[in-house]
Design a protein around this ligand. Sequence first.
Ligand SMILES: O=C(O)CCC(=O)C(=O)O
Ligand SMILES: [Fe+2]
Length: 212
Amino acid sequence: MKALIQPTESCYDLIADDLANNGYCVLPQLLPAALNLALHRRVTHLDEDDFQRAGIGRELGFQLNSTVRRDETRWLNPKHVTDAAYMDAMATFRLAINRRLFMGLFDYESHYAHYAPGAFYKKHLDAFKGQSNRVLSTVLYLNPEWHVNDGGQLLIYAPDSNTILQTVNPNFGTFVIFLSEQFPHEVVKAQRDRYSVTGWFRLHDPLQAPAI
Ligand SMILES: O=C(O)CCC(=O)C(=O)O
Ligand SMILES: [Fe+2]
């Protein structure tokens, strides 16, 4: 499917301003409703077997640690029409931000996430300086009719502190963007199934084989 209405240039201007001034940005809506609906349909119809218990670290450092996080994830599949439409929208986003902020964002990786009731993700950073090429994190929430007492809020902390800058309810269509190395964040325990797409824009890693 092709996304019906892409975000406007002035919408990207606002996002770029927010990122330049604050390092993060919370949008109640970014992508076309039809794309959000298709993603919601897809994530809620994925089989339990399609999901993997999420771990911490990548490759050799990968470990399961259920005291830190209890969500399940599944990488998007570029061959699936809905996943491809989302990746397309993120490619447009990447170019729009590069044009405005010269961040040199090179590519994007993303997965669906499911937090079953009781699942959480303790305070963490998505990237450590010099150890990762992830620079900008994104989260798209896919939960119709989320209520405050359903829990599952994303807490965004000020860099190097315990001050909460923003509490985000994982409402359907809400899109969050933040600098991966700067903002510690956590997911409060969810009281019902919570669905999202999480992704990371990355810098080019010369040690990694070129994408084919
Ligand atoms: O789902 C969220 O609100 C954040 C998820 C997250 O922090 C992560 O997957 O690294
Ligand atoms: Fe995170």
